[in-house]
Structure formats: C-alpha cells, structure tokens
Design a protein around this ligand. Sequence first.
Ligand code: SIN
Length: 489
Amino acid sequence: MAVHLANTSLFRTDAFIDGTWRPALDGTCRPVHNPATGALVAQVAECGADDAARAIAAAVAAQAEWRNRTGAQRQVILARWHDLVMDNLDDLATLIVTEQGKPRVEAAGEIRYAASFLLWFAAEAMRAYGDVIPPTNPATRLSVIRQPVGVCAAITPWNFPAAMITRKAGPALAAGCAMIVKPSELTPLTALALAELARQAGVPAGLLQVLPGDGTALGKALCASPDIRKLSFTGSTRVGRVLMAQSAPTLKRLSLELGGNAPFIVFDDAHIGQAVKSAIAAKYRNAGQTCVCANRFLVQDGIYDEFATRFARAVEALRVGPGSDPDSVIGPLISAGARDKVEAHVHDAVKRGATVLCGGTGDRMGPLFYRPTVLRDVTPAMRIAHEETFGPVAPLFRFRTEDEAIAMANDTEYGLAAYFFTRDHARVHRVAEALEYGMVGHNTGLISNEVAPFGGIKQSGMGREGSRYGMDEYLEMKYICTDITDPDA
Ligand code: SIN
C-alpha cells in the first residue's frame, strides 16, 4: 500500500458493487498518481458498461426496499455514516492529500465539510413534507406527497473527492433513493473509502455503489439506462452539455453544477483589510481549483492601487509545497493540462499588457506547482476575462462606477458565484439583486456550507445542492385528488 493509513480497511482499489468489492469484469485497471510527486499510488479497477449494468440491477433491487423505510430509519444509518467519516478523518484526509494534492489542513476541512452533508441530510430524511391544498370543489380533498425519484447516478469531480459525493449521496439516500457514484478517474480512492464506511454504517448492499472508471464509457452507460431516473454531475460546462444530451432519450432529471467565472468586486468604500483577506480565501482555496473561486477581481479606481499592493504582498507570502508538508498553503495543480491552461492565461494577459505583481511562473517544487500570481491592468480583451482559469492566478480589472462593475461582472456566460465588498447598505441590496449569479457573497469570500443552497444559473447549470432545497432534487411530487362524496347517497 503506497499510502499509510491507520485504518487499512479504507484502502480500496476494487469497485464497490452490490455490497462487495469486485475487480472490473474485464480485469482492467487504471493508475492513480500523486500530483505532488508523480508517484504511482494505486492501480484501481476500471469499470465499463457491463459493470454498470450489474450495479444498476443491484440498485433497483436495493431501492425497492429502502424507499419503504421510514425517514427515521434512514436517518440513523446516515448519522452513523457521518460518525464513521469523522472518526476516520485523518485517514480520509491522507487519501485526499495523496491523490488530489491539496494541503492537509484543507483536506481535513473537506472531510468535515463532506461529513456535514451527511448529518444535515440525516435530519432532512425526517422532513420530506407534503402539502394539503384547499380544494376548489367542496366535494374533493387535495394533497401532495413527495416520493423518492428512484435510482440515481452521480458523476463527481477530482477537486473535492469527498464532499461532492456526500453532497449528492446524502440527500439521495435520505430521500429514499439509491445512488451509483462514478468518481473522477484522478481521485477514486477517497470515494472507495467513503463507500467502505457506508458499508460499515449499515447502508444496505446495492444502495450506494462506487464505479471507478472511464468517464466517457460510464457516463454513456449510466445516461442510457432507463432505470437511472436522475443524474447529478459536478464538472465542466462542456461535459455537462454532453451528459444532458445523452440523458435526453430517457428524460432524466438532472442536477448540473458546472463551470464558473466568479467576479470579486471591491468598491472604494470596502474595508480593505477584509477584502484582501477574503480575496485570498476566495481565490487560493485548493490552489484556485474550485468552481466558486474568484476568477476576476474588479476593483474600483479609488482603491485599486492600494488593494493591488496589499493583495500582492499577502499572496507572495503564501507558501507553495506538497499537501503533506504542514506549512504548505498552495499545493500542486491536478495535471499537466491544468498547468498548461494557467500558463496560457498568464502569457496571454502579459502579452496584451498586464503586469505581473507576484508569481507568474511555475515553482521549483515540481512540474505541477505554479506560484500564486497576481496580475494588474488586466482588460476584458484578455482570455482570462472570459475563461475559468482553475488555478492560482488573480487578475485585477479596474472600474469606475457601480453600473460599470455590474455590467463587467455579468459579462459572462456563467452564473455560479459572485462576491462584492462594500459598506454602503443601500448598495448591498442593489448589487446583490443585480448580479446574475446563483450565489453571492457580500463582504466574504467563503460562502459554501451544508445549510445553504449551492448552485448556479446560465451556463453554470441547474439544481441546488445542500440546504433544505437539496432534498427536492431527489423527490418527486405526487398530487392526489380524492372525491369524498358518497356515490350511493
Ligand atoms: C466545487 O468547486 O465544485 C465545489 C466548491 C464548494 O463546495 O465550495
């Protein structure tokens, strides 16, 4: 075992199908590497369409039984899963550091975040309320009940290998659904460890399954199956569109958490210390590799120079290094492709007139490390203004008026998260309402938690995760109309 875990039962390399660990039917494996060192970590089962068919059949059977359990019964099992995740926090964090690369403090934070969805949805299992509707005809009684959607599939990303699973599987199981998870090829080990803990918590065989493998092949198989009634995906807008098209013939319900191009607006009246601190949090979490990371810093004229200087000074102090080093704040990027995109954005901006205030190059720590970077005098003509960088680069744009800031902020096909900093109370409402985004942070760069609805509009997708609204994604509404007249009267 290339990873040292206290609980060795968490190191799994087979698929988890119908309550048992199985190699892929055709025996294929795929290597998993540590992005900090390039070292081989594991060879993991590479499932294909036949494995998916087995998992779907098991899920159909398991869900038929699970849907009839009470919310209270589901709650107990989900809460137990939560407790086991928390009990094994260190090992799960080690798996994330090893296969994903984020610093250990962040990895441990992700496990707490992941566990919080299990606890939240354990409680929500008890609250799948319906409605009684006042009838239009006195001879009728109208009600609405909510029932589980059925068998669901989740295709999850590498940037949050644990939290994006529990944010989907938690509400699915709470609602009475079964869930088949297809984790990223780059980070399957955390997903498989979570499945082992679900097994230990008493999640019935077939209810939660994990199929590591090729995204294209498994995506096709899951989308094509009429037994899969819902698909939840977190990832790029490009892949989201493909999955939506592939889901059309079976008319699946969809939750799509896709790309972003988050603006971070700093008005002249902002508290500059608060804005700088929040900018670090909103930009450099996971080395800039989150969908809600600030991608464009729009700074008002009167504060621009001071913000640029203080921000760059703070960014320069962020320590680059492997996630396993407790002093590291910026870990590696996930792949050479990710690093190439970051480099291309910086080169393009500099070529068109931007100035590098700090960073702007790779780091001696290794080929996938990139120094945290701040660019000033960035303009809308540059690539970085329109594309999600997904890396540790903060471009500073300048604006003069509130209207100009809102127009610049909304000038993107994306609509996931936006942030703004002001101490003017009237402006708070004007700006929050004018921003075309699913989530808005005012005077904060950290908005994610289990009780709030996470999700976007426009090309950032559809549906909400977390919060009480997160349950709705896994429940169907059924309207029942009863005629209470006595036909013999
Ligand atoms: C994501 O990047 O997809 C999720 C980020 C979060 O939950 O804060």
